[in-house]
Design a protein around this ligand. Structure first.
Ligand code: KIV
Ligand code: ZN
Length: 388
């Protein structure tokens, strides 16, 4: 089935074809408590992200450890199509560590909000601007691409934020990134902030939104509607606290609801999500959109009946679009149509009376709070047929 057949109301906002996806699973995703990826795991994830068609991969933070620097070199040597980016504070040592790894793309940042200025950095507004500008000039003297983030930008006074971003534009930055570091935006404030910045700045704007209110993807979409040309994401939305905007949710929504094809092979999304979940140990809740185990599972008789006639009745997108599979689950909500389809799937034939016995047993187990696996169903069917 074609996406156009799904009868999804399409956003009437035409988005720029230039929107780029910057994946930070290996940096901000790895900052989630309990995650520590080996070099080999980082390489495998980077390879998969590149196969998908991601534009920029933030692989890690060269200054933090020898292992991070080793990963940078190995990932860089893979010769991927994606830009390989490293994080650096606006410090010469951090930038030198990144340059030593031969990385040609730097994401650098400094906090700009009153909380960061007064409690963390203990620096004046002017000192922050000076530090950011000199770091960018130093990096640009070494010929690398520089993306600059004003950390906690969404809790920074707008006038000052604009001053900071204008100063880094003058210092030679290539891209302005707007981090919602503690995820406090809502769609209306996302639109207002990005529209204001678009009016004031000349460089392309990127967004990096955290998910503390569960709105990171929605806020990123609105930012893109308002002119942002790049979004930072992580696979499965992993990251500090509530995580970051989820790669799979953002890309699929852009494709299906906005009709924006970013040259990303969405059919690899489930496989990538599953791999990242296994190596990070962060399991996806079954109801996680796009990649959760229940994202394309149906149990209630009414839904299964509809899906068996035409899957689009209860599926907004086809599972094949993201490399997932449809599942018909059995339980107390199961209807006769679903059970017949399941038995047919396993080529189990029985008469009407036997079918009614199996049906009653499935319902009975469901009423006891059990979900019935395919193996359970086969065992019930064999017993019933054996008794005939
Ligand atoms: O969320 C954030 O502010 C960050 C910075 C490093 C940009 O991840
Ligand atoms: Zn972040």
């Amino acid at each position: 089935m074609e996406i156009n057949d799904l009868k999804i109301p399409k956003s009437d906002i035409t988005l720029s074809k230039k929107v780029k996806i910057f994946d930070t699973t290996l940096r901000d995703g790895e900052q989630a408590p309990g995650i520590a990826l080996t070099t080999d795991e980082k390489i495998q994830i980077a390879q998969k992200l590149d196969n998908l068609g991601i534009n920029t991969i933030e692989y890690g933070f060269p200054a933090v450890s020898e292992g991070e620097r080793k990963s940078a070199k190995l990932i860089n040597d893979l010769g991927l199509n994606a830009n390989i980016c490293g994080l650096a504070r606006v410090l010469k040592n951090d930038i030198d560590a990144l340059l030593d790894c031969d990385l040609s793309y730097m994401h650098t940042f400094i906090g700009t909000s009153p909380l960061h200025r007064d409690f963390k950095l203990k620096m004046s507004k002017e000192e922050i601007v000076d530090k950011a500008s000199s770091a960018i000039e130093y990096a640009k003297d070494h010929g690398i691409t520089v993306e600059f983030s004003a950390e906690d930008s969404t809790r920074t006074e707008l006038d000052y934020l604009i001053d900071v971003y204008k100063a880094v534009e003058d210092a030679g930055a290539d891209l302005i990134n707007v981090p919602d570091t503690v995820g406090v935006l809502v769609p209306t404030t996302s639109r207002k902030l990005i529209s204001n910045l678009k009016n004031e700045l000349s460089l392309p704007i990127s967004v990096h939104f955290h998910n503390d209110f569960g709105l990171a993807v929605a806020n990123s979409l609105v930012a893109i509607e308002s002119g942002a040309e790049q979004a930072h994401v992580t696979v499965n939305g992993i990251g500090e606290r509530g995580g970051n905007a989820s790669l799979e949710e953002l890309v699929v929504t852009l494709k299906v609801a906005y009709g924006l094809d970013l040259d990303i092979d969405t059919t690899q999304l489930y496989n990538l999500s599953d791999f990242v979940s296994r190596v990070t140990g962060i399991k996806m809740p079954p109801n996680k959109p796009i990649v959760g185990e229940n994202a394309f599972a149906h149990e209630s008789g009414i839904h299964v009946h509809g899906v068996l006639e035409n899957a689009a009745t209860y599926e907004p997108i086809a599972p094949e679009l993201v490399g997932h599979t449809r599942k018909i689950a059995l339980g107390k909500h199961t209807g006769a149509n679903a059970l017949k389809a399941k038995l047919a799937e396993y080529d189990i034939k029985m008469d009407e009376e036997q079918f009614c016995t199996v049906y009653d047993q499935v319902k009975g187990l469901g009423d006891k709070g059990k979900s019935i696996t395919d193996a359970d169903l086969k065992a019930i069917a064999i017993t019933v047929l054996g008794k005939a």
